[in-house]
Write a protein that binds this ligand. Sequence first.
Ligand SMILES: [Zn+2]
Length: 298
Amino acid sequence: MFTLRKIVVFCYILLLGVLLFKLVRTQTNQESQCGTEFCTATAAKEINALINQKTESKNTMIFKIQVVYGSVEIKDLSENKIDDEIKKLNQLFAVSKIKFILNKRRLIKKTNLSIDEFYFNTTEKEKYIAKLEKNYINLIFVKKGDDYSGFTAIPKTSFLRYLALENSFNNIFISANLEYPLGTIAHEFGHFFGLQHTFGSNLESYSTKEKTELNNCNTEGDFICDTPPDNNTGAFSNCDIVIKLDGNNIEKDFEYPPVLNFMSYSPNKCRTEFTPMQYSLMEKFALTYRKRLIMANY
Ligand SMILES: [Zn+2]
């Protein structure tokens, strides 16, 4: 009798353990992601050239951010958090000698469109941003969608277009009410300053052409050699790497993807770091292709 009770208790504990384990390990590859497009081969050459350049910024480069809210409700929900988020962003980007200053005036430009709708409807997007600031970075918070947490419009063929006085490429769209906004905001600012996704142009798992030997790291993946080849297998909600135990590639799979990197597709809360080469590229990119938006140096 006593033993039976013991077995029953043991089974209960086991069941509870399994349930808890499942809960923690819920895979979050369904999390909404970034819609920023990959650059073309010509723009990739510009990135390569920058990586190989020795130039660096003598001073801290100051950029002004204009926060735009899609509705009063979004403003009410997000306004208190934005100062904190920018503070964290400034701590991160200080390594690249980039500093952000928030314009005190927050803009409400009403729209019913969600972030997905802005992403898919270029005409509506251009209409929305037409009258926004040309010399600031517009950080636009709009209604949540199903697919995207954020996106940054990039000129696909050449980053030289960033130098023209136009409005298309100084806007970052962010979904309202994100649980871990920094994971998305820092990721999008990474794109804004020339970074690509760590897995490269194809988001399908195991599609990266970057080799583990790192002998083609400057032409494949994100062109950056201190970010490991990213198999983009996603991560569990506790930031554990998802691995495919298919026998042959176990060692390789154990190493990747770079779950903590801001430019990976791991869950927002797991993304906490840029690598030294990513920082270096962002600094050179800001100095070269984003110089039109530099308000001041100090
Ligand atoms: Zn992205």
